[in-house]
Design a protein. Sequence first.
Length: 140
Amino acid sequence: MPLSLTVDPVPAPPATPTASVTAQPNCTTPTRYIVITAPTGPTIQYSVGGPYQSSTSFTGLMPNNYQVPTQNTATGCISMPLSLTVDPVPAPPATPTAWLQHSPIARPPQVLLSSLPLLDQLSNTVSEVLTNPPLPLSQG
């Protein structure tokens, strides 16, 4: 009597993950994290280029392009990766320029500021007058 064998089909890989970078870096928080929302389950693990993990969060990520696949630990199958980008940290605002102005009238000197980074977007000729500068300035 002939022996009959059945070969099971190759299991399907898990779905490509649904994930996002929570927020892009800024000057005070240069790293960010990726959160995966699907697929989830007891046999699903995730990676951003290192070892696979069960947690759906990857924290402390530096600016870079990340490929995020899922792996089914029961079958060993790996999904197509989702590509996510953590943007570079933006450049800090420009340092304002200042000069000391002596007044012909008897009063404290004034510090004039120009090139204020946030106000430059509104006008090319922004000036602010401070009558009590926070740092002592030479009147020489």
